[in-house]
Design a protein around this ligand. Structure first.
Ligand code: ARG
Length: 270
C-alpha cells in the first residue's frame, strides 16, 4: 500500500545551551562529557531533513540556563489551533513554559493556555488521527488527561508507563499515521498493553534493543519516518510496511534522554 506524506509544520529549538547538568531521567549522567557543538550539528541535520521533506520549520529562541530546551516536543500540545502549554514536573525545566506562552501569544491566531496539571506536552500526548494517546506514570499527571480532552476537543486514551527508561510516551511509542502506531509493549502496564492491542492490532512492536536505541522517538509525515539509525529492526519493519525510514544520528542528544521526536513539536493549525 503506498504511503502518503502530508506537509507538516514543526517548531524546533536550537540546542545553543545544550548540556547535561542535572539528572531527571536514567539516561542523564552529568559526569559524562557533552559537546554542544555536536548537539547543534545533529540538530541541524534533523532540521534540514524536515525542510528537505517539504515541511515548514519554525524556530523558538533558546534561553540560557535551560539546557533541555532543545526538546521542543515537551513545550506544548497543539491541535486545531489550540495550544496547551506544558507545566513541567521538574523545577529545572519549569521556566521553559514561558518561552512557549510568549511564542504563541506574540504570533496570534492561536488559542493559548497553560495546563493546570503537570503536563509535558507532546512528550506525553501523541495525536493519532481523531484521538490523543496520553502517557502518565513518570511525568504528566493523569488529571491532566481530562483537562487536555476538554481543551483540545479530542478523546484522550490514558496509558500508564512503567519502565523509568521510557519516562515519556514518545520514548515508547510513535504515531506513523492516523491508523498506525509503533510501540514497545513492556514500557506499558498490563492494562495499557491490553488497550493498545485492542485499538491497534496491526501495530509495529519494537524489540527491547530498538526501544533502547530510542527507535520509537520518531517523527512520521505519513510516509517518511525519521528515527535513530541504530534502530535497525524498526527500520526493516517500516520498510516492509511501505514507509520510508530515514536514519538519524542523535547520539549527543541521547545523553539527555532525547532524540528525533523530542526535538520536534508539531503545530496543527486551526
Ligand atoms: N532531559 C529531558 C527530560 O528528561 C529530555 C526530554 C526528552 N523529550 C521527550 N519528548 N521525551 O525532561
Amino acid at each position: 500500500m503506498p504511503r502518503v506524506a502530508t506537509r507538516r509544520r514543526y517548531l524546533m529549538v536550537r540546542p545553543t545551551y545544550f548540556d547535561v547538568e542535572y539528572s531527571i531521567n536514567p539516561w542523564m549522567d552529568p559526569s559524562k562529557p557533552t559537546s554542544t557543538e555536536l548537539a547543534v550539528a545533529q540538530w541541524e541535520w534533523l532540521h534540514d531533513q524536515f525542510v528537505r521533506l517539504g515541511h515548514t520549520v519554525e524556530l523558538l529562541e533558546p534561553r540560557a540556563g535551560l539546557p533541555d530546551m532543545v526538546f521542543a516536543a515537551n513545550g506544548a500540545t497543539v491541535v486545531d489551533g489550540r495550544v496547551l502549554v506544558a507545566r513541567f514536573r521538574h523545577l529545572q525545566r519549569r521556566a521553559e513554559s514561558a518561552g512557549y506562552l510568549d511564542w504563541f501569544r506574540e504570533r496570534g491566531g492561536w488559542e493559548v493556555r497553560q495546563a493546570r496539571w503537570i503536563n509535558e506536552g507532546e512528550g506525553d500526548y501523541l495525536v493519532a488521527g481523531n484521538r490523543v494517546l496520553a502517557g502518565s506514570g513518570f511525568r504528566s499527571d493523569p488529571r491532566a488527561h481530562a483537562e487536555a480532552e476538554r481543551f483540545l476537543g479530542l478523546p484522550v486514551v490514558g496509558l500508564t508507563l512503567v519502565d523509568p527508561r521510557y519516562y515519556h510516551l514518545d520514548t515508547a511509542m510513535a504515531v506513523l499515521d492516523a491508523e498506525t502506531i509503533m510501540y514497545y509493549p513492556y514500557a506499558f502496564s498490563a492494562e495499557s498493553r491490553r488497550i493498545l492491542r485492542r485499538l491497534y492490532p496491526d501495530a509495529i512492536t519494537a524489540t527491547g534493543a530498538d526501544a533502547a536505541a530510542f527507535g520509537l522517538n520518531a517523527v512520521s509525515d505519513g510516509r517518511h519516518v525519521v528515527l535513530p539509525e541504530a534502530a535497525t529492526g524498526l527500520i526493516d519493519a517500516l520498510r516492509e510496511r511501505g514507509y520510508e525510514p530515514i536514519g538519524a544520528d542523535m547520539s549527543e542528544l541521547l545523553k539527555a534522554g532525547g532524540s528525533v521526536k523530542c526535538c520536534t513539536l508539531e503545530l496543527r493549525a486551526g
